[in-house]
Design a binder for this molecule. Structure first.
Ligand SMILES: [Zn+2]
Length: 268
């Protein structure tokens, strides 16, 4: 049995299987990464997008954010074969939850495209019925905005257009300032979301980390949490990670090749 087969068996036999994804699953869709030589932070000054600046200077923050959004999300991104495989595993009842570090919303798009699941509603968590996996967007969703007063969340596109047209900062009907619905630098990850991610990792019999370097928190500690309670840990990533030592299976392959094969093996 190779590592992918071992992983397929673990996911199929698990009462609770959880997938955790990072930038590596969205890179094949053309979504630019933040870090690294070609990363967005080579073009933009990260400090200009910090929470402190949003609070101090929402007008300037939004002016720069419009440029950033254009650089990152101009053109339509589509879910790739790896997102689709994860969505299919969820549809078939093999995944309890999909946790992601990504803010591109592609897991929700993939789930919606295969006719199950909704499109990443409300508090970064979707999956209203028992059979649909929860999609937990740890860092939020950059395609949405949230009112800082009344908390209303709404589709970001029209709001970014308004900001691009000179409404700086864009505001809600209630008068509150909109903020991109993502966790900014200097802003804490929402405690409830983090707690949920940790308890899912602890509960999981199979924990599958996909396309994440597993270096920054909470990514770095989730596989260890899963392993500490006896869960089978699988890592699918092109490069080695600091969590490889606790993994039961390490698949060093392109996610768009490995995930569809994994999904087929599970179904077999
Ligand atoms: Zn409001």
């Amino acid at each position: 049995m190779d590592d992918l087969e071992r992983l397929a068996t673990a996911v199929r036999d698990a009462d609770t299987a959880v997938a955790f994804t990072g930038a590596g699953i969205s890179a094949p869709s053309g979504v630019p990464t933040f870090r690294g030589d070609d990363g967005v932070w080579e073009q933009f000054d990260q400090g200009q997008f910090a929470y402190g600046r949003f609070q101090r200077d929402p007008e300037g923050f939004w002016a720069d954010r419009v440029d950033l959004q254009r650089a990152m999300f101009d053109g339509e991104f589509e879910p790739n074969a790896a997102h689709e495989a994860v969505a299919a595993m969820g549809r078939d009842g093999h995944l309890e939850a999909v946790l992601t570090q990504n803010t591109d919303g592609l897991h929700g798009d993939a789930a919606a495209a295969i006719g199950e699941g909704d499109d990443g509603e409300a508090d970064g968590e979707s999956g209203a019925t028992a059979d649909e996996p929860t999609i937990l967007e740890l860092h939020g969703n950059s395609q949405r905005v949230r009112c800082t007063d009344c908390g209303k969340r709404t589709d970001g596109d029209p709001i970014f257009e308004r900001a691009a047209g000179g409404e700086l900062p864009p505001t809600c009907d209630c008068g509150g300032v909109f903020k991109p619905d993502v966790v900014l630098f200097g802003e804490q990850l929402p405690g409830a979301v983090l707690q949920r991610a940790r308890s899912l990792a602890r509960e999981s019999d199979a924990f599958l980390a996909i396309g994440s370097s597993l270096v920054v928190e909470p990514a770095a500690s989730l596989p260890r949490l899963a392993a500490s309670t006896g869960g089978t840990v699988g890592i699918v990533n092109l490069e080695s990670t600091p969590c490889d030592d606790v993994a039961d299976a390490v698949v060093r392959e392109d996610v768009t090749e490995a995930l569809p094969r994994l999904q087929e093996l599970i179904v077999e």
